[in-house]
Design a protein around this ligand. Structure first.
Ligand SMILES: *Cc1c(COP(=O)(O)O)cnc(C)c1O
Length: 319
C-alpha cells in the first residue's frame, strides 16, 4: 500500500437518559479523530484516488468545490503531504480577502482558480472540462505536458466509494443501524458497499444536508453501480427532514443543540453536516423510530474546519 491507512477508528458510547428510556444504544464513530487536518470521511475518499494518481503517473490533480468546502481543505492538505501539485476550481467570485478554508488551502500550495456559478454547474461535462483545461494552460496553471487527474466535486467517484467502504470494516462492535450525513452521496454509497461485505443485516440511514435533494437516491444507485456494488446490498434510507433550511443554513435550535452536545459529551459537531444528522437522529429515537434493543452507530464525518465562520461570529461558543 502506497499510502498509510487508518488502522482503527475510536468509537464513543453516547450516554443520555432518553437513549436508555427508548431502549437503544448509540455510538459515535469518531472519524474526526483519525487525522488532525484531513477531515473525517474526506481522508477515506482520497486514499485510493491519491494512490491512483501516483501509480498512473499523473502530474497534476484538479478538483472542484465551494469556498468553504471541507473537500477542498482536505485535498489541499493531503496533496501537500504527498507532494501532489493540485488546483482547486472554486465556485463563484473571488472575494477580496480569502476566507480561512481557502487561505489554508493556498498555504498548502493549492492553486485556486475561480469560475462563475453558472460555469460551475457544467463542472462534470467533458466539453466544459476540456475548455477549462485549455484556459488553465493559457494561464500557466498547467503546462501542455501535464497529465491531469480530475477529481469531481466532493471527491465522489468510484475510488472514493472503495475508500469509504473501508469504514464499516474498521468498526469492531455489532450494530443494526449505521447513520451518516449526506452531501454528494459518495460517503453513504461507500458505507453501503462496506456494509454489504460485512454486517449484512445492518440498515443504513442517511441524513441529507441539502434541501430538496430529490435525485439523491438516484445518484447513490448510480454510484453503487459505477463501483460494481450489486450483491447483498443492505437496506438503506434517506431522511430529508433535517436540512435546517438548506445547505450550510443553521437555526438557533441547531446551534443550541451543538452547544448542549458539547457540554454533555465534550464532542464538537460541525454545523453543516454532523449536527444536523445527530439532531435528526435524536428526534427519530425519541419518536420511537428504532426498535428497542437497537444498536446504532452514527458516523462523525468531521468537517470541524467549517465551523470557523460561526465561531468567528461568536454564533458558536464552545464553553
Ligand atoms: C463532505 C462531508 C459529508 C458528505 O459527504 P458526501 O460524500 O459528499 O456525501 C458529510 N460530513 C462531512 C463533515 C463532510 O465534510
Amino acid at each position: 500500500m502506497l499510502l498509510p491507512l487508518v488502522q482503527s477508528i475510536p468509537i464513543t458510547h453516547i450516554q443520555e437518559p432518553f437513549l436508555e428510556q427508548n431502549g437503544v444504544s448509540l455510538y459515535l464513530l469518531r472519524l474526526e479523530q483519525t487525522d488532525p487536518m484531513i477531515s473525517g470521511n474526506k481522508w477515506f475518499k482520497l486514499i485510493y484516488n491519491l494512490e491512483a494518481f501516483k501509480k498512473q503517473h499523473y502530474s497534476k490533480l484538479l478538483t472542484f468545490g465551494g469556498a468553504y468546502s471541507n473537500h477542498i481543505h482536505a485535498t489541499a492538505e493531503a496533496c501537500h503531504r504527498f507532494d501532489i501539485p493540485v488546483i482547486g476550481v472554486i465556485r463563484g467570485e473571488q472575494s477580496p480577502k480569502l476566507n480561512r478554508t481557502l487561505l489554508e488551502a493556498q498555504q498548502r500550495n493549492m492553486l485556486l482558480y475561480y469560475i462563475s456559478r453558472q460555469d460551475y454547474r457544467l463542472k462534470n461535462k467533458p466539453d466544459f472540462i476540456k475548455s477549462l483545461l485549455a484556459k488553465l494552460i493559457d494561464l500557466n496553471y498547467l503546462s501542455k505536458q501535464d497529465k491531469v487527474y480530475i477529481l469531481p466535486e466532493g471527491g465522489s467517484n468510484d475510488l472514493a466509494i472503495q475508500g469509504c467502504a473501508l469504514i464499516p470494516k474498521l468498526i469492531s462492535i455489532d450494530y443494526n443501524y449505521l447513520c451518516c450525513a449526506i452531501g454528494s452521496g459518495g460517503t453513504f454509497s461507500g458505507l453501503i458497499s462496506g456494509v454489504s461485505e460485512t454486517q449484512k443485516n445492518a440498515k443504513l440511514l442517511g441524513f441529507s444536508a441539502l434541501k430538496g435533494a430529490n435525485n439523491l437516491s438516484l445518484t447513490i444507485n448510480e454510484l453503487l453501480k459505477l463501483s460494481n456494488v450489486e450483491k447483498n446490498i443492505p437496506a438503506w434510507e434517506i431522511n430529508h427532514n433535517y436540512h435546517f433550511g438548506g445547505f450550510a443554513k443553521t437555526t438557533n435550535e441547531l446551534i443550541e443543540f451543538m452547544h448542549h452536545f458539547y457540554q454533555n459529551h465534550s464532542i464538537k459537531l460541525d454545523a453543516i453536516y454532523t449536527a444536523k444528522m445527530m439532531f435528526g437522529l435524536y428526534q427519530l429515537i425519541k419518536q420511537g423510530y428504532f426498535p428497542r434493543g437497537s444498536q446504532i452507530i452514527a458516523v462523525h464525518t468531521g468537517g470541524l474546519q467549517g465551523n470557523h465562520t460561526f465561531e468567528q461570529k461568536q454564533i458558536l461558543n464552545w464553553v
